[in-house]
Write a protein that binds this ligand. Structure first.
Ligand SMILES: [Ca+2]
Ligand SMILES: [Ca+2]
Ligand SMILES: [Ca+2]
Length: 324
């Protein structure tokens, strides 16, 4: 009887130990297995793209339950429905979805627009409200997405030279380069010979030292970031009918110094639009360059053939350069 009693006690003891161990396991399992966290530290997309934002739930059994995430734009001007949406849709910037073995994410969709913006970013944060899992440790409670703009800035330059009153000077944002061996004492200079007597830039070779002109008026480079089309327009006027003409050229590799060290493409459409030397009529020239594939764009006006004894002069005003 005593033996049987002892066996009973031992069995009861084992049962209790197993029971307690089992309870402890369940408690530990609940703690470890039902925590939700983000899988990615951060994401980077371009405007107009979408991204699955994934979470995981630590569970040895099949986890199934609701997950809620707060969407926190880190720039004030980012707006749900204007700049981004989520699938499923968020309500008051909280997106909720059912987590199960087939679905561990929601979709973030950046909406495309056609204007240039600084890069933006959005923080996603797991919240306990409407969430069936406990939230994992600090490192997985939030994730972030960086959205880069995909719009190409339009570059514009316009010169009416009206505030450029330094007679014979070279206008701001231009340099003059004279090719070695050619006349150095005339060339380009600011004069009040522009439209309606306004200031403009004038090319003349007449007088001074003997020689022939080869003077380049070169606009400071415009830095390109994906733009492919340049549209150029200007007004031009010619005095005197002697030798002397203008060539319009562009370069994508000119840096500084002699233009002969760079590659230039002549815009020969200018010649079909240009007024006759000495015609004394303002003429508007419209030129364009397509399929630009370069890091920069430089335009130049080359004044050639005029001499000290006889030359036509040329006035350029209202120069517009538009690149997109
Ligand atoms: Ca865009
Ligand atoms: Ca944009
Ligand atoms: Ca002017």
């Amino acid at each position: 009887m005593k033996t049987i009693n002892n066996i009973f006690k031992i069995t009861l003891g084992l049962f209790l130990i197993i029971g307690i161990t089992s309870c402890e396991d369940e408690a530990v399992n609940f703690d470890l297995n039902e925590k939700v966290g983000f899988t990615g530290k951060s994401y980077a997309i371009e405007e107009g793209q979408s991204q699955s934002i994934e979470v995981y739930v630590n569970s040895q059994s099949e986890a199934n339950g609701n997950v809620s995430v707060e969407i926190i734009p880190l720039q004030d001007d980012l707006e749900y429905g204007v700049d981004y949406i989520t699938i499923p849709a968020a309500v008051n910037n909280v997106v909720s979805f059912n987590y199960n073995s087939d679905n561990n994410s929601f979709e973030f969709v950046s909406l495309d627009n056609d204007y240039v913006q600084p890069a933006s970013s959005i923080l996603f944060k797991l919240i306990s409200e409407n969430n069936d899992f406990s939230i994992g440790q600090a490192g997985v409670q939030s994730t972030q997405i960086f959205i880069s703009d995909n719009d190409i800035p339009v570059l514009n330059r316009f010169y009416d030279f009206n505030d450029q009153t330094n007679k014979y000077g070279i206008p701001a944002e231009f340099t003059e380069e004279i090719i070695d061996g050619f006349k150095t004492d005339r060339g380009w200079g600011l004069r009040e010979y522009g439209v309606d007597g306004s200031w403009a830039v004038n090319a003349s070779g007449y007088g001074g030292d003997a020689g022939t002109e080869n003077a380049w008026l070169i606009n400071d480079a415009m830095t390109l970031s994906g733009q492919t089309t340049a549209t150029i327009s200007f007004d031009i006027f010619s005095n005197y009918s002697g030798p002397g003409r203008i060539k319009v050229l562009y370069s994508t590799d000119y840096t500084s110094g002699s233009p002969l060290d760079a590659n230039w493409t002549e815009l020969t459409d200018y010649d079909t639009q240009a007024p006759a030397a000495g015609s004394r009529t303002w003429t508007t020239i419209n030129l364009d360059v397509q399929e630009l594939n370069a890091d920069k764009f430089v335009i130049a006006f080359q004044f050639i053939e005029a001499t000290s004894s006889s030359s036509s002069s040329w006035v350029i005003d209202n120069l517009s350069i538009n690149i997109e």
